[in-house]
Design a protein around this ligand. Sequence first.
Ligand SMILES: [Zn+2]
Length: 114
Amino acid sequence: MDLPVECTHCKVLMTSWSAPGSPVRYYQCPFCCRTFSSAYGEVFRRRAGARVVEHRDPAPRPASPAPLATPEEIRWKQLKSRAARWFARLEAEEERVSAYACASSGARTPSRHR
Ligand SMILES: [Zn+2]
């Protein structure tokens, strides 16, 4: 079963893939990165974020297909966001460390008399 699934937030087709040997199919929006799997059919029925696109149009191939991200692009995007989080954390850490260094050096050399 390979139905096109649309992200109801971004109105784009979601990239779908399935793990080898698994009947569960996964769908991910290339824009907002919401991920759903076909195991949660009720998600689609309730339209909580993704829905199965119904083909009422008899045209087999639309002239301008919705943008589809390849799994590589998605992986790269995830990697980038993970890297961004990592750097943000490093930055916060650095700030804390430098603040601590300032405080300790200030305590070690109190500038009371000039
Ligand atoms: Zn989306």
